[in-house]
Structures are given as structure tokens and as C-alpha cells.
Design a protein around this ligand. Structure first.
Ligand code: ADP
Ligand code: MG
Length: 696
């Protein structure tokens, strides 16, 4: 393999390349734009575009594309070549500042959730200079935001960028209150840990459910699952290792800081974690990572499944969103400090997070809502659908001491003094691991663990950024005019803890008692996407997003619609796939097995009338009755799919899919799985769980 530092970022038009290739003034202007999100003028854009094109052509690129993240959850691109005809019938390679800054893809085939009805079908993409351009498959990709012609956001990047500006603004107000004169910007940082499955490609292609839905809709339990706990952190098999090696290299070329790789809990499940970076770039990189994971798998005869729950009965895949705030001077604002002042600031940020997570539990839940992720949340493999915060014992003790005005007893650990006016200097690191918490403090960052493996991390992060920005703005409002800063600060932290401590829970989130306890505390338990989504457009949340100019009200309604529609479509496709597999594959397989058994019995009887045919009779009669039930269930499911079309509201359709279609699907599956264990292996029409999970 080539030298890693040489290949790292080799396909990225990054700072180093810009420094080398741009005139000094242009470079300076670009830097300013990137660091402070200043806008760039056209003259400079022309120079940058030309330099980008020359660099890209040297790297073998022939095309460029605006690369964006529509509401489909994946990325979109439309390639244009650099060629431009000359009067003498030849061509030159061109790329202008205008083409760099703005593109006009037809927006009409992307989800817009009703916005399209009121606005033009045209949309435009706008260059996001804060995320570097890169080359992928011979095409120069320009990261862009995607809007309707009249400016409504149609993508995931626009609200994320807006939320980053908002939290910067509010966090800076707080830093100024603490006398920080050095920092000029606060960024949120994110490191998303990505889980995935690797399955033999030829087997995947034999299963319609995996092909159409990305998850298995049928499948009896294999004799072995994950009960031996022998996969987690186990030695990585050579074939998987070869895949991971190629993946790392491809990611490094794109400047993605792929760092950690290991086997996960379920058989054939793995994880990749990058080193954290600013939220915008982390989001772009995570989208690219998912795409390249899939693409690379094919080179190894594998399929990478990113679905949240590809297999029933074993763990699904999630994404842990490690989140923090840091200044452009390198200060992590969630790092407990050494001095009382630093700690006061840390505690204020912590208080904002506690208050924010409590007041906007609903939004955090909505931000991870999808039909696929519903399979995980609350299933004792991922956090419950109830949002709570894990702080660890020590930090919780400190907050309790602050609340009660008592002196914190560090249990002989160190010098802890807490009075009303003196905030503690406390020993860190005490954050013991709690794997069951949806939102855990892990020493100098929070780990939001409810995200699904396939979804864009943009949603969770613009919600987090906006919510915390709102709390910081309230705190700044209260403290900016205070006569006695320290006193007001202490009082503010104290009341915040008192009012919002119900959201703190350090225990086992999987325990039955927590469900009851959470209900007593009045915490939300939004079990499904359909339960959660209406909260997105509540007055409280519309107020939040419009106040901080993240969304307009129509934009919010459009997002509600897109997500609900998506939920319905996913379940509809799954139901249709089940019907197809049931009728075209399972029933014929059972019939042919029954026929062979019956033929055997007939032949046996022909040999001798008193031949014992108990085996044949018993299996055939069981299969016959099970397949009758299976057939009836397919009928019922078909009727349900017709009924749901008569419901006119989207919410009602969602509820119908959740309450009826989904249940019918589960019942259908249960029967099919019962049949599967009775039918001879060579009759079974598609690879079994055992084959899928244990053959790489
Ligand atoms: P674990 O699997 O134990 O949760 P990992 O080391 O796999 O932990 O992942 C931790 C993730 O947190 C990494 O992606 C890391 O880069 C990220 N991280 C570390 N510090 C920060 C920070 N200040 N802000 C955001 N993410 C961070
Ligand atoms: Mg983690």
C-alpha cells in the first residue's frame, strides 16, 4: 500500500491544495469564507473554479457535479462535463465561478412534501464552501445546499448549516459573559460511529426482501445467533479485513478520518468510527462513508447492509452521534475544567443541555424516526424510545449538591468545595460506561445513541444545535443584564437543575422498571415514528425553529409530510414484497415438498399396504394447515393494502400501517417461519438466516 500521509486527502481540494494553487488574496478570501461562513464574491469564485478544474483534470476528472442531500436521505448528483465548444470546432475544458456557486437541477422529482404545489418545480443548489470539493469516480463533486426556487430548504444540509450559525451566535454570547476574548467562533463537532453488516452478495441477490427492502421479512431463527458473544471485538476474518482495508484507503483519499474498525455484537456485523470533525463535514463524510461502504463491498463479493434491522432476533445497526462544542481556539466547551471559572462555564453548558434535552425530548425522538429504526428503539439492543440523559454518578452528585446547596462530598476523592458562590473543581474521567443510555455524557462530549445506521446524521444534529442554541440564548438573556454575575449564574444553574433533573437517569434503560419510572416522571415514550412525527409540528417546536430561522412553518409541514409518507411507503413496499415472496416462492416450495412427501407415501403404500406413513402424513398435514393459514394471511394483508388507500389523511394512513398492516406482516412472517423449519432445505426458495449470517 502506498504511504498513508500521501494518499490522505489526495482527492480533496483542501486547504493545502488551495494554498498551493490560489493567488494569495483569493486564498485569504476563501479561508475567511470557510472559517466564518462569509459569502464570497463572484470574481473570486471564478478564480477558485478555474483552479479547481485544473486540479481535477490533473487527477483525471472529466466532469463536475453539485453534490447535495435531498430529503431522500441519500445524496444526489448530476454530472456535467467540463467541455465547451470553440468556434474552430474544437473544445476547451471550462468551469466558471457561476457554475461553481449555483446549479439548477430540476427539483420536481425530489421529495418536497407539498412545497412543490405552492412553488415552482425548479430548484437550485448553492455551493457550501465550508465543505471541501472532492473527486469521486472521475467527477469533481461540489458540496451544495439544495433549495426550491423561492428559497425553501429541500435538503438536509441547509437546516444544518443554519443551526450551526445559530449555536455559534448563542454560544459566543455565553463565552463573552465569561470574559473569553480570544475565541471568535464556536463550532459543534461530531464523530459518528457507523455499524453495518457484510453478507455474501450472491446470497443477498437471491432474496427479494433484501433486494427491495434491505432487510429480511422472513427467516426462521438459525441454531446459533449472537448468544455466544463470540463476535464482538473478535478477530476479523481475512476477507472482511481486505474489505476494511480497501474501505479505509478509499475514505482516506477523500480526507475522511476513518480510525477505528471492529466486529460488532451480531454475527457478520461490524463498525467503523472516524475521528470527529465539525458537524457539517462530519455529515458530508458520513454520507460518503455509507456510499463507499456499499460500493467497496461489491469488489469483495459482499453486500453491505446499512438497514437498521436486517435480521430479526439479533442486534440491528445504529449510529452513535458523539457531539460536542468547541471554539476556534481549540477549547472543548464540554470538557470539565481545572479552575472554578472553567467549571462554572462547563456547568452552564451542561445545564443548557439538560434543559434542552428535557424540553425537546420530542424533537430528539423525531430526529431519529424512521420505519426501520422503530425496530430497534426500545428493543433492548438500542436505547428505549424514551429520551433521558446519563451523566455518571460523580457529575450527578455534584449537581445534586448544587441543587441542595450542600457541600459536595467527593467520597474522599479530592478537594471539593461547593457553596452557593463557589462552583466545584472536580476530578474528571469518572464517566463509567452506560451502554443503555440514549444520551450519555462520556467525559468531554455527549453520545446520542438513538440514531439509525442508515439515516443521515444531519437531522439529529440540527435538532441538537437548535435546541441547545435556544437554551443558551435564554441563559444569555438572563445573565447579560445581571448585576451580580456569579450570583445569578449560580441561581440559574440551580433552578435549571431543579426544574429539569427528571431527564437524568443513570440506571439501566432496558429495565422494565425504567418504563414505569419514566412515566411517573412525565417523560415521553414515543414508540413509533407515527407517534413521534406529529410532535414535530407542535406550536412549541414551530416556535423554536422559526425563531432561530432554521425553518419556516411551511418547511416544517413539508418535512412532517415527507417523513410520514416515507414511513407509509416503506411499509407498503415491505408488505408487497412479503406477498410476492409468499405467493410466488413460499407456497410453491411448500406444495412441491408436500407433493414429494405424498408421492413417497403413495409409493410406500403401493409396495405394501401396511407400510407406516406416519412421517409423511404428519408433516404433510402440518404443512397443509400452515400453508392454508399463510394463504389466508396473504389475503388479509392484500385487503389491508386496499383499505389504507381510502384514508385521506397522511396521519391516518401512517396509523393504519402501524396498527394493521404491520401486524398482519408480523403474523404472516410467523407462519412462514414455522413452515421454513419443516420444509427440506433443498426445497426452500431462498437462503436461510444460517446461510446469510455465517458464510462470510
Ligand atoms: P465508543 O465506541 O467507546 O463509544 P469510539 O472511540 O469508538 O468510542 O468513538 C468515539 C467517537 O467520539 C469517535 O468518533 C471520536 O472521534 C468522537 N469524539 C471524540 N471527541 C469528540 C468531540 N469532542 N466531539 C465530537 N466527537 C468526539
Ligand atoms: Mg459509542
Amino acid at each position: 500500500m502506498s504511504n498513508i500521509p500521501d494518499i490522505f486527502g489526495s482527492m480533496v481540494f483542501n486547504d493545502q491544495v488551495m494554498k498551493e494553487r490560489l493567488p494569495k488574496n483569493t486564498y485569504k478570501a476563501m479561508k475567511k469564507t470557510i472559517e466564518n461562513s462569509h459569502s464570497l464574491d463572484r470574481g473570486i469564485a471564478d478564480i477558485v473554479a478555474n483552479a479547481m478544474k485544473d486540479w481535477a483534470i490533473e487527477k483525471g476528472a472529466t466532469h463536475f457535479t453539485h453534490w447535495f442531500q435531498p430529503m431522500t436521505g441519500i445524496t444526489a448528483e448530476k454530472h456535467d462535463s467540463f467541455i465547451s465548444p470553440t468556434p474552430d470546432g474544437n473544445i476547451i475544458m471550462e468551469f466558471s465561478g457561476k457554475e461553481l456557486i449555483k446549479g439548477e437541477p430540476d427539483a420536481s422529482s425530489f421529495p418536497s412534501g407539498g412545497l412543490r404545489a405552492t412553488f415552482e418545480a425548479r430548484g437550485y443548489t448553492a455551493w457550501d464552501p465550508t465543505s471541501y470539493a472532492f473527486i469521486k469516480d472521475g467527477t469533481l463533486c461540489i458540496p451544495t445546499a439544495f433549495c426550491s426556487y423561492s428559497g425553501e430548504a429541500l435538503d438536509k444540509k441547509t437546516p444544518l448549516l443554519r443551526s450551526m450559525e445559530t449555536i455559534n451566535l448563542q454560544a459566543m454570547r455565553i463565552l463573552q459573559l465569561f470574559g473569553n476574548t480570544e475565541a471568535t467562533r464556536v463550532n459543534t463537532t461530531v464523530g459518528p460511529e457507523q455499524e453495518y453488516f457484510l453478507i455474501n452478495k450472491d446470497l443477498v441477490e437471491q432474496r427479494k426482501d433484501l433486494v427491495y427492502c434491505g432487510r429480511t421479512l422472513f427467516g426462521a431463527k438459525p441454531p446459533k445467533g449472537q448468544e455466544m458473544e463470540d463476535h464482538y471485538f473478535g478477530a476479523i476474518k481475512p476477507r472482511v479485513l481486505a474489505y476494511m482495508k480497501e474501505l479505509d484507503e478509499e475514505l482516506w483519499k477523500l480526507g475522511i478520518l476513518a480510525k477505528t474498525k471492529h466486529n460488532e455484537v451480531a454475527p457478520s456485523q461490524h463498525e467503523l468510527a472516524p475521528i470527529f470533525t465539525t458537524t457539517n463535514i462530519a455529515t458530508d463524510h458520513n454520507q460518503l462513508t455509507m456510499e463507499i461502504m456499499k460500493k467497496t463491498a461489491a469488489n469483495h463479493g459482499l453486500t453491505c447492509l446499512l438497514h437498521e434491522k436486517p435480521f430479526a432476533g439479533i442486534n440491528g445497526s445504529g449510529k452513535h452521534n458523539n457531539w460536542s462544542l468547541s471554539t476556534n481556539t481549540g477549547l472543548n466547551l464540554l470538557e470539565p475544567g481545572d479552575s472554578p471559572e472553567e467549571n462554572a462555564q462547563f456547568l452552564l453548558f451542561l445545564a443548557a443541555i439538560i434543559k434542552g434535552v428535557d424540553e425537546y425530548q420530542d424533537l430528539l425522538r423525531v430526529s431519529v424516526a424512521s420505519a426501520a429504526n422503530d425496530h430497534r428503539l426500545g428493543a433492548n439492543e438500542a436505547p428505549p424510545a424514551i429520551v433521558s440523559i446519563f451523566l455518571g454518578e460523580e457529575l450527578t452528585d455534584i449537581l445534586e449538591a448544587i441543587e441542595s446547596g450542600n457541600v459536595y462530598d467527593p467520597k474522599a476523592k479530592t478537594e471539593m468545595k461547593i457553596g452557593v458562590d463557589v462552583l466545584p473543581g472536580f476530578p474528571k474521567d469518572a464517566t463509567d460506561r452506560n451502554r443503555t443510555s440514549p444520551f450519555a455524557f462520556t467525559g468531554n462530549k455527549f453520545e446520542f445513541r438513538m440514531l439509525g445506521s442508515a439515516i443521515s446524521i444531519a437531522g439529529a444534529n440540527f435538532v441538537l444545535n437548535t435546541v441547545i442554541a435556544e437554551e443558551l440564548s435564554q441563559f444569555a438573556d438572563a445573565l447579560e443584564g445581571a448585576n451580580d454575575f456569579t450570583k445569578s449564574l449560580n441561581a440559574l444553574i440551580k433552578t435549571t437543575i431543579t426544574d429539569h433533573k427528571r431527564i437524568i437517569f443513570n440506571g439501566n434503560n432496558y429495565a422494565e422498571e425504567w418504563l414505569q419510572e419514566a412515566e411517573k416522571r412525565g417523560l415521553l415514550n414515543l414508540k413509533s415514528t407515527v407517534d413521534a412525527l406529529p410532535y414535530f409540528i407542535s406550536d412549541k417546536n414551530i416556535k423554536l425553529f422559526t425563531k432561530h430561522k432554521i425553518f419556516t412553518e411551511p418547511e416544517m409541514h413539508s418535512r412532517y409530510e415527507i417523513t410520514m409518507e416515507n414511513y407509509c411507503k416503506v411499509i407498503n413496499i415491505e408488505a408487497l414484497t412479503m406477498l410476492e415472496m409468499g405467493k410466488k416462492e413460499i407456497i410453491p416450495a411448500v406444495c412441491s415438498y408436500m407433493k414429494d412427501l405424498s408421492d413417497t407415501a403413495i409409493s410406500k403404500k403401493a409396495l405394501s399396504a401396511d407400510m407406516n406413513c406416519e412421517l409423511e402424513t404428519s408433516i404433510v398435514s402440518k404443512l397443509s394447515s400452515l400453508s392454508e393459514s399463510l394463504y389466508k394471511k396473504t389475503k388479509k394483508l392484500e385487503e389491508g393494502l386496499l383499505d389504507v388507500r381510502n384514508l385521506c389523511s397522511l396521519q391516518a394512513q401512517g396509523e393504519y400501517y402501524r396498527d394493521f398492516i404491520f401486524l398482519d406482516m408480523q403474523e404472516l412472517r410467523a407462519i412462514a417461519d414455522e413452515i421454513e423449519v419443516l420444509v427440506g432445505e433443498q426445497y426452500w426458495p431462498y437462503p436461510t438466516y444460517g446461510q446469510l449470517l455465517f458464510s462470510v
